[in-house]
Design a protein around this ligand. Structure first.
Ligand code: ZN
Length: 245
């Protein structure tokens, strides 16, 4: 079985449409999404509409989805995130708003051997940025393989014989998984990469070959930036896209 895993679209229609046209999308059996369809970017409604058309999809919600769907307040967000959350609420049609509200809260176990979650396996808002945080997330994971988003940073944490290791995912990496190791893997972000590379990323997990293949692609960053500025969203949300931070 081949699974495509992607995360953090953040209302970036240009990146998302390029992703939807990627040939690898047609070569997989299932599509797994790790949360944050919306927030930050200028096209929340269009992104939700296109997302809803995806076939063979299983998805969990992200922290921005939860706040924009009015399930939690934006009080704990930084000012740019809170502003864009309130702006997004006004720019989503009722049907898509309801869809956002109904997204599943993670973690979700897929086919009895893969866990998908937004932040961590025990809290969708918890960031896994370090080995300590990864070890916490491993403790609460019931499967050997887990995928998480939220940090927008492509990386693999390994746990073998109680020893934890970490490797960032570089472009076109292929990694063989082995059955005695547990994994927590982040595919990076479609709509707002933060590893100093503005190119969007996702990965394909082939469970037959037990292999991860990481992919990056470029999109029209300038166009998204222009729309962010035209919408009157915070400048930081435009400038960070070309720096990939
Ligand atoms: Zn996010």
């Amino acid at each position: 079985m081949r699974y495509l895993v992607f995360s953090d679209i953040h209302s970036n229609l240009e990146a998302f449409e390029k992703f939807l046209g990627h040939k690898k999308l047609k070569q997989v059996d299932k599509i797994l999404f790790l949360g944050d369809l919306v927030g930050y970017g200028p096209n929340p409604d269009e992104v939700i509409s296109r997302f809803r058309e995806l076939p063979r999809l299983q998805a969990v919600r992200g922290n921005h989805d939860k706040v924009i769907a009015d399930l939690e307040s934006s009080a704990l967000f930084n000012p740019a995130a809170a502003f864009s959350a309130e702006w997004s609420k006004l720019n989503i049609a009722p049907g898509n708003f309801q869809y956002l509200k109904n997204l599943t809260k993670g973690p979700l176990v897929i086919d009895r051997f893969i866990t998908i979650c937004h932040g961590s396996t025990f809290d969708e808002d918890y960031y896994v940025f370090s080995q300590f945080e990864a070890s916490e997330s491993f403790r609460f994971m019931e499967t050997s393989i887990g995928f998480f988003g939220h940090t927008h940073f492509p990386i693999i944490y390994f746990l073998r014989n109680e020893k934890l290791d970490v490797v960032p995912l570089a472009e076109n990496t292929r990694i063989k998984l082995d059955s005695r190791t547990r994994y927590l893997i982040n595919p990076g972000s479609i709509g707002q990469p933060r590893d100093k590379n503005p190119a969007a990323s996702f990965l394909v997990f082939d469970s037959g070959k037990m292999e991860i293949q990481f992919t990056r692609f470029t999109y029209e960053v300038n166009k998204t930036q222009r729309k962010i500025r035209e919408a009157g969203l915070p400048e930081l949300l435009a400038s960070r896209l070309e720096a990939g931070v």
